[in-house]
Design a protein around this ligand. Sequence first.
Ligand SMILES: [Cu+2]
Length: 259
Amino acid sequence: MSQHPRPSRLAAATLALALSTGAAGAHYGMIIPTTPMLGQKDGRSVGLTLSFSHPFELDGMVLEMPEAFSVTHEGETTDLTGDLVEATVMGQPGYTLDYPIARPGTYVFAMTPQPYWEPADDAFITHYTKTYVSAFGEDEGWDIELGLKTEIVPISKPFGLWAGNVFQGTVLFDGAPSPFAEVEVEFYNEEGTATVPSELMVTQTIKADEEGIFTYATPAAGWWGFAALTTAEEPMMFEGEEKDHELGAVIWVRFEEWG
Ligand SMILES: [Cu+2]
């Protein structure tokens, strides 16, 4: 549903073929911090990069100024939308922010983007996106629910994970578990060094169980994105026609190299 060709990266000669095969990774709302575990030696701030991208293929899309970008710490949510700084991320408009952190604990960063019109899918897309930063060795507060329209609530603590660990989360839609929700999983191919034997493996798809819980074991260290996708009950209008509105609950989690 969320997969479509991305012509911008393809030479004209291969465009027709690419369009006909439709092979591609998925798009993701992305919030990538400089580190998910801020230590005393790392200083007193964390850098955040926001984008709307195809993370395996490092192919950016346009991220307009989000409707909301916030941080939640010790039960208190602070709006940071006005602090975002325009940046180019994977060749397209995105945002960065250097967020000062003075106190220990878990900081949950969340973005609600503006709906994105995607002609290739004939649909609008809104990815409610989250990531976590734990500061100064304190990890309380990682399992809270933010109350987003749709959200993945982690069952595994979403930092301090080894490559190869399973990651589990509950998919919520309107605050209730979403049985058998489809979850797309993709690696942020930051260094551009990962390869796949088939285009089918750029994005992997799993399903949640009857309680909305999904499980995935990562094969390698790095940032992994999990996107639970639902079509909104309410269509959106585009040029006088009703169009589907894909809602994504996205979470970004980093897995560390063992040893
Ligand atoms: Cu896409």
